[in-house]
Write a protein that binds this ligand. Structure first.
Ligand SMILES: [Cu+2]
Length: 116
């Protein structure tokens, strides 16, 4: 029965916090901001594999907003910045897909509003 112990350790559930979930965003989740941001800054609960993360933004009229590729933030492996071209006021919805350093995939979305 001695050999069973290492096996049980392997089967132990991975804690839920070991995935990359959105911890903080600029502009903030649900925020109303006066000035359109030149980039989004997304902070996660886990380190990211940024080249394998995607972020899309949908504008108030339902069309896709022009975004750049997610960029790593030096010194912050749990963050990525995304260049974004926002010209008009209204509600914007950000949809993100993240691959964390533990190879788990997560996804989610949130909105913010540019005040008129
Ligand atoms: Cu994970």
């Amino acid at each position: 029965m001695k050999r069973l112990l290492p096996l049980l350790a392997v089967l132990a559930p991975v804690p839920a916090f070991a995935h990359a979930f959105l911890k903080h965003a600029e502009p903030g989740v649900g925020a109303v901001v006066a000035t359109p941001p030149a980039q989004l800054l997304l902070t996660y609960t886990e380190g990211l594999e940024v080249p394998f993360c995607t972020v899309t933004v949908e504008g108030p009229d339902g069309t896709q907003v022009q975004t750049g590729k997610p960029q790593p933030v030096p010194g912050h492996e749990d963050e990525m910045s995304v260049p974004v071209h926002i010209a008009a006021p209204g509600k914007y919805t950000v949809t993100w897909r993240a691959l964390s350093v533990d190879t788990h995939k997560t996804q989610g979305s949130f909105s913010f509003t540019i005040a008129p």
